[in-house]
Design a protein. Sequence first.
Length: 162
Amino acid sequence: MRADDLRLLFDYSYAATGRILDATLRLAPGEFTGPPPLRGAMSLRDLLVHTLDAERGWREFLRTGIEDEEAVLEPAAFPDIAALTRAWREDETRMREWQATLDDEAMDAPEAGRGRPLWVCLTHVVNHSTQHRSEAAMILSHLGQSPGDLDFTFYLRDWTDD
């Protein structure tokens, strides 16, 4: 997979996450941190913090080869959606800066520790976020705040200027 292909997938992922975060802003007080309307689900905040933490953790591991188990994000550090949105935008900037240094040859290089090509690991990051966005979208929809269509094809067709 080419570096530009991965950047496109991350562009989509950040746009779709933006829709989730925007829908979350429309929630009533307490719905962000409170129990979810679906049995067995995490709170919306816990789910979104986990997703951000995974993106951040994978980037740092792939960038440095070091897993920092102590750097796990705690949901309590994000009392409201504004705090989480700020953290996500900062992390997006770091991810994009790192990805800008990657070329097609880097995509095929084995990542540290597991030997899979870098593109496989980055595809996993996008896919993991997609799964949790779908869970967040379900919670939001149950709370009356659907984020709308989140499919990649809608991004390509409707969300870009191309």
